[in-house]
Design a protein around this ligand. Structure first.
Ligand SMILES: Nc1ncnc2c1ncn2[C@@H]1O[C@H](COP(=O)(O)OP(=O)(O)OP(=O)(O)O)[C@@H](O)[C@H]1O
Ligand SMILES: [Mg+2]
Length: 206
């Protein structure tokens, strides 16, 4: 049995990750690929409970605890869902993964990318995506897109603008450091054009 591919979608809040993830899952299925879409944090029961906790605007959670909670959710998702799926040949599409922790907690929360990478290496047992699609979009435009949604902002969305600018910059640094795995996609493109770019960035994996 050929192992499935692990693909993550990354980018700042409102960049269009969830929208692209849905379209991409459908497009890959149409091409005869068995694919499962999972979101982070979450995807399995214990991790969904951690999601509720970390997103709750009424909770006080320090940067280190936040990092460990995301890592714990990730460890459980991998053990319970991702590894079994990949082993059975299914492709796994992730709406956020390890690079979110590197950018948000390593960069945004200023814990340092290297330190957060180490914690995540423990959580994931070293598992990395075969490919990461990084949606880049001007943070101001991403903010307008997020505001269009009706649900109230969560604990991280309520952070200041410079927090989000640092995250965008850290994502760029991660992409320059690993251009083979992380492919940058211009998220200002319309949904159909963006989907076509995403499919092209995955062509060599099939
Ligand atoms: N390519 C696009 N062009 C224009 N608008 C888009 C595009 N992709 C998504 N949108 C719109 O932008 C908003 C945010 O999209 P989406 O929820 O997919 O972003 P996200 O990256 O998943 O955000 P979050 O990080 O908050 O989960 C939605 O209203 C969506 O319809
Ligand atoms: Mg989303």
């Amino acid at each position: 049995m050929r192992r499935g591919k692990l693909i993550s979608i990354e980018g700042i809040d409102g960049a269009g990750k969830t929208t692209l993830a849905g379209a991409l899952a459908a497009a890959l299925s149409e091409r005869g690929i068995d694919v499962r879409l999972l979101r982070e944090p979450g995807g399995v029961q214990a991790a969904e409970q951690i999601r509720e906790l970390v997103k709750d605007p009424d909770r006080v959670i320090g940067a280190r605890a936040e990092t460990l909670l995301y890592a714990a959710a990730r460890a459980q998702l991998i053990e319970e869902a991702i590894e079994p799926l990949l082993s059975s040949g299914t492709w796994v599409l992730l709406d956020r993964f390890i690079d979110s922790s590197l950018a948000y907690q390593g960069g945004g929360r200023q814990l340092g990318v290297d330190q957060v990478r180490e914690i995540n290496a423990f959580a994931t047992g070293g598992l990395l995506p075969d490919r990461t699609l990084l949606l880049y979009l001007d943070p101001a435009l991403a903010r307008t897109r997020s505001r269009r949604r009706t649900d109230p902002p969560d604990r991280l969305e309520r952070e200041r603008d410079d927090f989000h600018a640092t995250i965008a910059r850290t994502y760029e640094e991660l992409a320059s450091g690993d251009p083979e795995r992380i492919r940058r996609l211009d998220a200002s493109q319309d949904e159909r054009t963006l989907l076509a770019s995403a499919l092209r960035a995955l062509e060599d994996l099939a």
